[in-house]
Ligand binder design. Structure first.
Ligand SMILES: Cc1cc2nc3c(=O)[nH]c(=O)nc-3n(C[C@H](O)[C@H](O)[C@H](O)COP(=O)(O)OP(=O)(O)OC[C@H]3O[C@@H](n4cnc5c(N)ncnc54)[C@H](O)[C@@H]3O)c2cc1C
Length: 391
């Protein structure tokens, strides 16, 4: 179990990391401390996309972590993936979300629904980090109700012509490849949407407005604009009319990565708070000596581990090839909600210092809010969970 939060006695169970996983975690930890931590605030202030780090992550195999080696991936599973996203996000959630949307949304959509030719064309470049991927489902009038998309794809001879806008797309501005969902048959409801892969530089396709955000500011969140964008017929990913249904499958995996993003950000905040309460003295003693503070820490540690166990279960089920709709939504809902609470409490434990940018909890507090919104809000997770348990 990848946890600095567990008491040693609690680590004598079956959730041990394998030796390979420990090595990977240590590698990521060292890399994050050396290449990410020193720049976190400067990237955040400037909303600077850390392109060089993304390339390095590609060289480390983290941009293709869940894809088979024959496609240039690292051949690892969701358990490793979850650990990697958590580890990166404990230092900078922006890096976590860049890796998450690239791996489990864009690349995985092509890997899961694409044909062999598409896999061979895109996966090796994406998995190596040579290309960056984005995944576009959301539109200005359709977020939670994603099936209400208005972007259209119309057949024209052997080609498709795309028109419309996607918004809030992670990596949108920097992506070399985007998988986008568009309406191909308005009368067919959820079976009237299809997925397409669009390459950067295709005439009629350009990134638009780059959002100025509360948190995760080093990650890019942009509009994608399609104006009479002509793409070859072969760029249809999966079956015509199945793009939305495939997207729901993709989100089953993606939500595990948002749970891991939540865990990482919350752990970063929790560990910062744990250090701080031992150092900060009031009333003649370390504030960690007050029972009121200890109870807060106990709650934070317990919530974090409970969230990790739910996430680990979803990841293990995914690795076993099981359907994870329920487990993924439970993990995402719980991890994101407790992560918001943990970050809030971490700021509280810092008092006034938690409110200023010299201490890392200020940024964790801003970054973590995305976790209850992206890849389906908490309300939508509850809707999915209720639907599954009432089946
Ligand atoms: C930083 C960031 C990155 C993102 N990255 C991507 C990306 O890479 N690709 C992509 O496609 N999208 C992305 N998104 C979009 C994200 O998935 C949506 O913002 C999210 O799904 C919510 O949609 P919305 O913003 O339209 O909110 P709305 O759907 O308008 O929701 C508004 C409120 O109403 C609630 N609500 C809606 N329907 C119901 C209901 N039936 N019952 C109860 N409550 C309901 C919601 O929970 C929410 O509280 C990103 C968003 C952000 C902020």
């Amino acid at each position: 179990m990848p946890s600095s939060t567990l008491h040693p006695a609690a680590s004598q169970h079956s959730f041990h990391l394998s030796e390979d996983q420990q090595q990977l975690r240590d590698l990521i930890r060292k890399f994050a401390a050396r290449e990410i931590a020193p720049h976190v605030m400067e990237w955040d202030e400037a909303s600077e996309f850390p392109a060089a780090v993304v390339k390095q992550l590609g060289e480390m195999g983290l941009m293709g972590i869940i894809f088979p080696e024959e496609y240039g991936g690292s051949g690892l599973g969701y358990t490793d993936y979850m650990m990697a996203v958590e580890e990166l996000s404990s230092v900078d959630g922006s890096i976590g979300i860049i890796v998450a949307s690239h791996n489990s949304l864009c690349t995985n959509h092509i890997f899961t629904a694409g044909n062999e030719q598409q896999r061979r064309r895109y996966i090796p470049k994406l998995a190596s980090g040579q290309w960056l991927g984005a995944w576009g489902l959301t539109e200005s009038s359709s977020g939670s109700d994603a099936a209400g998309a208005r972007t259209t794809a119309v057949r024209q001879g052997d080609n498709w012509v795309l028109n419309g806008n996607k918004i809030f797309i992670t990596n949108g501005h920097y992506a070399d490849v985007a998988v986008v969902i568009a309406v191909t048959d308005k009368s067919a409801g959820t079976h009237g949407l299809s997925a397409f892969v669009v390459e950067k530089g295709t005439p009629g396709f350009r990134p638009g407005r780059k959002e100025n955000k509360l948190g995760l500011r080093a990650s890019d969140t942009s509009e994608l604009i399609f104006e009479d964008c002509v793409i070859p017929g072969e760029n249809l990913v999966g079956k015509e009319g199945e793009g939305f249904i495939d997207s729901l499958r993709i989100l089953d995996g993606g939500r595990i990565s948002i749970a891991a993003l939540s865990l990482g950000i919350a752990r970063g905040a929790y560990e910062a708070a744990l250090r701080y309460v031992k150092e900060r003295r009031q009333f003649g003693k370390a504030i960690a000596d007050f029972q009121g503070i200890q109870w807060k820490l106990a709650d934070m540690a317990t919530q974090l581990d409970a969230a990790r166990l739910l996430t680990l279960r979803a990841a293990a089920m995914k690795d076993a090839g099981e359907k994870t709709t329920l487990a993924s939504s439970m993990a995402k809902l719980h991890a994101s909600e407790v992560a918001v609470r943990i970050c809030d409490e971490a700021v509280q434990l810092h008092g006034g210092y938690g409110f200023i940018k010299d201490y890392p909890v200020e940024k964790f507090y801003r970054d973590v809010k995305l976790c209850t919104i992206g890849e389906g809000t908490s309300e939508i997770q509850r809707l999915v969970i209720a639907r599954e348990i009432l089946k």
